[in-house]
Design a protein around this ligand. Structure first.
Ligand code: NAD
Length: 296
């Protein structure tokens, strides 16, 4: 059993903290938003009055925050983690954030004598509730070894992607593939409809041919072929279009900053920008087929 501070008890952080408690760890949670605190208290997560109280004496602190600026503030502001926590504490940021911030916060943590991991996740709220998340982890071997048993309480796959920031790099590359492939699969179904090819027939062929991919076989954007996909429940998320847009923007930013050529990733970001501007940010990202069908 470990004493763990958990900062950010939103849609993901709340069920992740609950999994740690279910595995026998002593968790103290903190969130700046009163509704998040209330919801966490209601599911039995012990709450600390402030960040300092959440991390005091903790062996590890997890953060699950919206964006890079929040992570920087929680780590580096006066009274933040790097001041409030003991340097023996393992710091694990599981938020999805930009690579630059991830690497610069790693640097500051390391200068303060802390071991830190960037460990963003995939699997969404369902995976967090079921304890089946995938953690993509960046940081040193020793820190990974310390964090592994804790992440194992929340996830099924823990993959060490390399040094500081490489967890974020892996997540951003994966989600760029996902965004682009969802658009490609959606375009194929929209084209098939126009040329008189039945959706189930297209699915049966492509799912066993060279166009096979996760966006088709696990998350099919038309109702019918994959009964569990959001297309069968009017594109209720799932993984929201707004989240997909966030991740595609992170990839686009990293490509621009590092001189990588990613024209399809960048165009996918523009299409999701358009889809979200239509008021669809809260619907599932596979719902973009509706915009593509209608010509945008
Ligand atoms: P969320 O907005 O529901 O939760 C974030 C929480 O952080 C909020 O409750 C907010 O009040 C809290 N917070 C913000 N600033 C804080 C501060 N200074 N101190 C303490 N708490 C603070 O977001 P979420 O859906 O839980 O996502 C969290 C992270 O996980 C994001 O980076 C997101 O991209 C990533 N992610 C989300 C999903 C998903 O399906 N929701 C999937 C994979 C990854």
């Amino acid at each position: 059993m470990a004493e763990i501070g958990f900062i950010g008890l939103g849609n993901m952080g709340r069920p992740m903290a609950s999994r740690l408690i279910a595995a026998g760890h002593a968790v103290r949670g903190f969130d700046v938003a009163p509704p998040a605190r209330e919801a966490a208290g209601a599911v039995g997560i012990p709450l600390a009055a402030d960040l300092g109280a959440a991390v005091d004496g903790a062996e590890a602190v997890f953060t699950m925050l919206p964006a890079g600026e929040d992570v920087r503030a929680v780590y580096c502001d006066a009274g933040g983690l790097l001041e409030a926590a003991d340097p023996d504490t393992l710091l694990v940021d599981s938020s999805t954030i930009d690579l630059e911030t991830a690497r610069s916060v790693h640097k500051e943590a390391s200068a303060g004598g802390f071991a830190m991991l960037d460990a963003p996740v995939s699997g969404g709220v369902g995976g967090a509730e079921a304890g089946t998340l995938t953690f993509m982890v960046g940081g040193g071997e020793e820190a990974v070894a310390r964090g592994e048993p804790l992440m194992a309480a929340m996830g099924r796959n823990i993959v060490h992607a390399g040094g500081p920031g490489n967890g974020q790099a892996a997540k951003m590359c994966n989600n760029m593939v996902l965004g682009v492939s969802m658009i490609a699969v959606s375009e194929a179904f929209a084209l098939a409809e126009r040329v008189g090819l039945d959706a189930q027939t297209l699915f049966d062929i492509v799912s066993t041919a060279s166009g096979q991919c996760w966006s088709l076989t696990s998350y099919c954007p038309v109702p019918g072929p994959v009964p569990s996909s959001p297309a069968n429940r009017d594109y209720r998320a799932g993984f929201t279009a707004a989240m997909m847009l966030k991740d595609l923007r992170l990839a686009r930013g990293a490509a621009q900053a590092n001189g990588a050529n990613a024209p399809l990733g960048s165009h996918a970001a523009s299409l999701y920008e358009q889809y979200c501007a239509d008021g669809e940010g809260g619907s599932d990202f596979s719902g973009i087929i509706r915009m593509l069908r209608s010509g945008g």
